[in-house]
Ligand binder design. Structure first.
Ligand SMILES: [Ca+2]
Ligand SMILES: [Ca+2]
Length: 390
């Protein structure tokens, strides 16, 4: 009997790499993609009472009329429909949260460390209105607003690279108590996009931080979900927390703060005893599984502290019926980065969900992964930086 409890986490997931436009100032080289950074993304629309903003998470197949230039796989995008009256306002804020909460005020912030990057890049769909959208970085706990205006003078998708030094402190608005202390980027609880007056629809895809060498996926606009499960006599508890470089459990070579997922478990010996968690790609509006296309990658890499533990990938568009392919990660003391080619995964013989097909490790629709320690074990496990590699 699975007891599901909803929890946290952010995931930054894998997706396609649309080709850069020739005029982009930075050569974008990407060898790895961040799958899980262990925070929770939350998107909250806001507007004045006579305006409205609606957000929809969508998946674009490559043959969709809206597909990005060079797109060759299904890609998640965020659709924003807005109707902002003259003199009104509307937009959305995207917070990094420790847990899921229905309102932005309640979201316990899990700020990110952006200081080691050069800027932010994103794909944004234009409607050639001649009006300005405002991309705003929330800087620090008091969320000082630093803005960059994006002129909507183009049609279709465009890739923007925006160096941090091009953001300016807003003079028209600041939250109460926001300090005037520069764009520090040490703690970034989220960002905001504000729409111009008028009615329109725009789309966002593949928001990243970049530096001269590489990019780091910040938002691919999928939504994560996390389910803990355990048999009655077993226990399982998840927590996401931030490790600092001087913490005893800090990762080797860790510079800034890093978010990790902590899993405490106790599983009595016996074939009926189990515990673990599922990290699902989740379609929140429909409260159902969604999925990512992992074709085009060679394998996964992740940092693990503790173990042993079974890593299972859910190979199918719906995690409830997805075929499970596993790799057993051995026990190690301290942190260790595991680089696991897909060829090392095997079909689970001990468990498959009802309705799971036996059709090979396709990886065109991965709906999530699960982590489950063996029965007769107890302990504490940490996970960090789950990525795909090419
Ligand atoms: Ca600041
Ligand atoms: Ca399969």
């Amino acid at each position: 009997m699975y007891r599901f409890s909803l929890l946290l986490t952010l995931v930054l997931a894998a997706c396609t790499s649309p080709s850069s436009q020739p005029n982009t100032p930075v050569e974008v080289v990407r060898e790895t993609l961040l799958v899980d950074h262990y925070q929770l993304p939350a998107f909250y629309p806001f507007s004045d009472e006579n305006s409205s903003v609606r957000l929809t998470h969508r998946y674009l197949p490559p043959d969709d009329p809206l597909a990005l230039p060079g797109q060759d796989q299904t890609l998640p995008v965020l659709q924003a429909d807005f109707a902002v009256r003259e003199g009104g306002y509307g937009g959305f804020v995207r917070y990094y949260c420790q847990r899921t909460f229905p309102s932005s005020e309640d979201c316990p912030r899990a700020p990110q460390y952006w200081r080691s990057y050069q800027g932010v890049r994103l794909w944004l769909y234009g409607n050639n209105t001649g009006k300005e959208l405002l991309l705003i970085i929330l800087d620090g706990r008091q969320e000082e607003h630093w803005a960059y205006p994006i002129l909507d003078n183009y049609s279709g998708w465009r890739l923007f690279h925006i160096d941090f030094h091009r953001f300016q402190r807003r003079s028209d608005y600041q939250p109460e108590g926001a300090p005037n202390d520069g764009l520090n980027l040490v703690e970034v609880p989220g960002y905001t996009l504000q729409f111009p007056s008028g009615t329109g629809t725009t789309y966002l895809a593949d928001l990243r931080l970049y530096d001269a060498q590489q990019t780091w996926l910040l938002d691919d606009y999928t939504r994560p979900n996390l389910f803990v499960f355990n048999s009655p006599e077993a226990s399982a508890e998840l927590k996401n927390l931030r490790l600092w470089p001087d913490d005893p459990e800090a990762l080797p070579g860790q510079a800034g703060p890093v978010w990790v997922l902590r899993f405490d478990y106790s599983i009595p010996q016996g074939s009926q005893s189990f515990a673990g968690f599922i990290r699902a790609y989740w379609d929140w509006p429909n409260d159902a599984y969604s999925y990512q296309n992992w074709r085009g990658y060679k394998g996964v890499q992740l940092w693990v502290y503790g173990g042993p533990v079974k890593l299972s990938l859910l190979d199918g568009p719906d995690g409830r019926t997805a075929e499970q392919w596993f790799y057993d990660i051995p026990a190690r003391s301290g942190w260790r980065q595991w680089i696991i080619p897909f060829a090392a995964f095997q079909r689970r013989a001990d468990y498959q969900p009802e309705g799971a097909p036996d059709d090979g490790f396709n990886r065109t629709a991965i709906s999530g992964y699960s982590i489950s320690p063996a029965s007769g074990t107890q302990g504490r496990l940490y996970l960090a930086d789950f990525q795909l590699y090419r």
